[in-house]
Design a protein around this ligand. Structure first.
Ligand SMILES: [Zn+2]
Length: 296
């Protein structure tokens, strides 16, 4: 009987490769020396496309994520499980077709790699999959590395933000809750706090609140001041009028709602919000006109 024999070795996720080839109907797998991480797959010629596809799938999933994790260990000298988790998440998204790597979808890469593996599946061949993948998949590896690092850094910023909110919540929990309602207006340019009757909190009061909550006043901005004031007051209810919904994460509004949780309510469009939005638009038109006049 006419059969093809393909012997492959792979140092990454070898048991996974062995089991996916063993599950392939019509193919027979002879495990070589497990310490050498090699196996021989024997199959009739018509099964060559399936064998190539199974190996391509393994390279673009298990091999890829293990390569990134090992690369990280080599560079950092330490195993970072969070980094490995990030790589896993990116690979899962890639396989699900939710993102591309190196400008191509998973399906495109799968068929590309399958086509490149096919010549090895048509006779007797010995292939080092590590060598093949390092050469053929270097663009995918680079893209996965960049995306994994991006996700990892983003997660780091999220962890820092969690710690910040946690610290603020601790300070807030030490304050006695006052039976008042404060309104916070946030725009791209300023934050303004008023009581339920519409009176703004005066500067002096904000300064006192600041001293009570923050000892280090370097690098304090308008938003930090507002948070310090709100913590100092510890009102039962905070109404947030968010006129800057497109603010970059983590926004002031996000920090505030995580800090006050159920004590915070978002305004869904009051007269003041409408007026502020209108004023801001008028201001911007006026500014643009003046600016253009000056340019002439
Ligand atoms: Zn409002």
């Amino acid at each position: 009987m006419n059969v093809h024999r393909l012997t492959v070795s792979a140092t990454h996720a070898f048991p996974g490769l062995a089991s996916s080839l063993q599950q392939l109907e019509g193919a027979k797998v002879l495990l070589g020396d497990m310490a050498m991480e090699s196996l021989t797959c024997i199959f009739p010629p018509q099964f060559a496309p399936q064998v190539a596809e199974t190996i391509a799938h393994y390279l673009l999933t298990d091999w890829l994520r293990t390569e990134i994790a090992r690369e990280w260990i080599r560079r950092a000298g330490d195993f970072d499980s969070e980094m490995a988790l990030c790589a896993d998440r990116v690979v899962v998204k890639f396989v699900a077709g939710k993102m591309s790597l190196a400008n191509a979808s998973f399906a495109t890469w799968l068929s590309r790699v399958q086509v490149e593996l096919l010549p090895f599946c048509t006779g007797d061949a010995i292939v080092s999959l590590d060598g093949f993948a390092r050469f053929r998949l270097r663009e995918v590896v680079a893209a996965l590395r960049a995306e994994t690092e991006r996700v990892w850094q983003h997660d780091g910023r999220e962890r820092d933000f969690e710690r910040l909110v946690e610290g603020l919540r601790e300070v807030l929990s030490e304050q006695v809750i006052q039976d008042e309602e404060l309104h916070v207006f946030t725009t791209p340019d300023f934050v303004w706090i008023a009581d339920a009757d519409g009176f703004g909190l005066c500067e002096g009061e904000i300064g006192e609140a600041m001293d009570a909550v923050v000892s280090d006043v370097d690098g304090i901005d308008n938003e930090d001041l507002a948070i310090a004031t709100l913590i100092g007051h510890s009102p039962r209810r905070v109404v947030l009028h968010d006129l800057d919904p497109g603010a970059l994460w983590p926004s002031f509004a996000e920090t505030l709602s995580r800090l006050f949780q159920q004590r915070l309510q978002r305004c869904d469009g009051c007269d003041v919000c409408r007026q502020l939005a209108h004023m801001e638009q008028r201001f911007r038109i006026q500014w643009t006109q003046n600016h253009r006049r000056q340019q002439r």
